[in-house]
Design a protein around this ligand. Sequence first.
Ligand code: PXL
Length: 263
Amino acid sequence: MVNFAYVIAGSEATGGAGIQVDLKTFQELDVYGLGALTCIVSFDPQDNWNHRFVPVDPQVIKDQIEAATSLHDLSTVKIGMLGPPATIDAVEESLKKQQWTNVVLDPVLICKGQEPGAALDTDTALREKILPLATVVTPNHFEAKTLSGMDEINSVDDLIEAAKRIQAQGPQYVIAKGGVELPGEYAVDVLFDGNEVTIFSEPKIGEERVSGAGCTFAAAITAELAKGSDIKTAAGVAKKLVTQGIKTRVESKAPFASIWQQA
Ligand code: PXL
């Protein structure tokens, strides 16, 4: 049997994050991956690896989703980096054309190195248009603060509170990721299903963020859900894969490493 996992996300031209990593993760977890491109990010080596960002024309995004959903019966989708409100509108419209069993939203507001201010209109549109369609949301530390409205997340209890506040906004499941930003020796993720809190914890591997870790995490959850796993199993598999991928990360000429989820 073939299990399909779909992704709507951006290209990150060095292969360390974005749709490239989503598709690698799908392959790794034995699902048939396919995706629509929302934008192209090219780091600028002349400008401190800042992001050069080009959105894909909204009609072209709709066309891609039409092609994929017409060719296959897709029921599980991951949403990664979108872009400006026009992109978000196009994705919302396309998603609403069919029923989905699993919509995993990685609420990418900004990438490493971007200014938080750039995220404001994206944040609002994402919250209004995509969050209500999501069944699972996987905010990182910064996104959890933004989406929960909390000023500080300094403890696992804070992270749990953030997950609860985001879950109250609609999605069935929230997995809030503490990452290296949450103080302590462990990389802690908190799953809230509306009732119960489940904690996933692994010793931190260094104190630096690794590019593509968040993409891998949400993609792994998507792949597992596509295979019929429950959310706890999916989150457990994702945590393991990300931890392993960070251990075997690839260093580069940029001051950050990229995840590498080797078989
Ligand atoms: O890691 C978040 C991310 C997601 N998607 C794209 C990106 C990035 C960060 O660089 O470029 C396309």
